[in-house]
Write a protein of this length. Structure first.
Length: 346
């Protein structure tokens, strides 16, 4: 991918984008597996789909598919649609035609977090448990000691990691009799990401820091000094760096060689208006997208240590970011219900 952030054009001209105003805040966004469609989970119970081609005409808003707010959304790993979860306790498969099929219904609970694996497996955080759907089988993992605050699959999809109060629990999906591994650290863990090489699990905590475990040795490390809770984590495609939110510039912890112990993070780019609320590493190249609590959107290049503004601050916090599979487009949603698809090809 050739994006030259040293080029003045990148610093002086905003990229082309489609902007659609929704009537409810966006909680999550994702691209379909084929990259043709971006979708947004909205607080009015609907999943708004937009063509990835910003020149194509946008369809009208669809009616709600959930009985309350849509809280989570991922691309369907088994098709070209999406998987959504809501505060009505329902987990839905949204087809490429917009039709919804119910996968799970746990009335009275919230489906707050989702993860998907290329094998076709889906995981949902529902209350104190993680529900995994794989090969048509629905399995429940838990209960944990508190609500599952986030979850993610291992690189090979054989395990699921769940963040909760007191640490992380890792379950083997295929071996029902195998006891889970528990990685303890005091306090609440509010975000979780398994590294793209499968070697580390990282969490953001209630104490304004991040915690990382080496899976093979079960050793851990703590990185402190954030001014706010780290609610967004994103590993680079090669797992060399872990990006974190809650700073005014891009912050990347190095995990190559001996790792980040005793080293400061790499910080780069232009200081944005406010703090980064969401970060999303590029699926293949050395770029990272960052959305601020002020509404500003930046693209960073860790190689050149530069960044460029893709969207100016508008006072509404960015709540979600997603890269298209080809890495040329960004889906962006905010608290005001502004939905964007940004095209980075120039």
């Amino acid at each position: 991918m050739k994006l030259d952030l040293a080029n003045p054009a990148w610093r002086q001209t905003l990229p082309p984008a489609r902007t659609v105003a929704a009537d409810a805040p966006a909680a999550a966004c994702a691209f379909s597996r084929d990259g043709m469609t971006a979708a947004f989970a909205l607080g009015d119970g609907s999943v708004r789909r937009l063509p990835a081609d910003i020149a194509a005409s946008a369809p009208e808003a669809a009616p709600p598919v959930h009985g309350g707010a849509v809280l989570a959304l991922v691309g369907d790993p088994a098709g070209d649609g999406f998987i959504s979860g809501g505060d009505d306790g329902r987990l839905l498969r949204i087809g490429a035609d917009g039709g919804a099929t119910e996968l799970v219904n746990q009335k009275g609970k919230w489906v707050e977090h989702l993860a998907a694996h290329r094998s076709g497996a889906i995981a949902a955080a529902i209350g104190k448990s993680a529900v995994v759907i794989k090969d048509g089988e629905v399995r429940d993992f838990g209960p944990h000691q508190s609500t599952v605050a986030d979850l993610d699959f291992s690189k090979d999809g054989s395990r699921i990691a769940c963040a909760h109060y007191g640490g992380v629990t890792v379950w083997s999906i295929g071996q029902a009799t195998l006891a889970p591994r528990r990685f303890a650290w005091r306090g609440s863990h509010v975000a979780l990401k398994w590294s793209t090489d499968g070697k580390f699990v990282a969490t953001g905590t209630q104490e304004n820091d991040i915690h990382v475990w080496r899976m093979a040795q079960a050793t851990d490390m703590r990185m402190q000094g954030y001014p706010a809770k780290v609610k967004s984590l994103s590993w680079t495609a090669d797992a060399r760096f872990l990006y974190t939110s809650a700073q005014p510039v891009f912050t990347a912890w190095p995990f190559s060689g001996k790792g980040p112990e005793g080293k400061p993070p790499l910080q780069f780019g232009e200081e944005g208006a406010g703090l980064l609320a969401v970060v999303a590493a590029h699926p293949a190249a050395e770029f990272v997208a960052g959305g601020y609590d002020s509404g500003e959107l930046q693209l960073g290049d860790i190689k050149t240590r530069r960044s460029a503004v893709l969207k100016m601050a508008d006072g509404s916090a960015i709540t979600c970011l997603a890269w298209s599979p080809d890495g040329y487009k960004l889906a962006v949603g905010n608290e005001a219900g502004s939905l964007l698809v940004v095209d980075l090809r120039r």
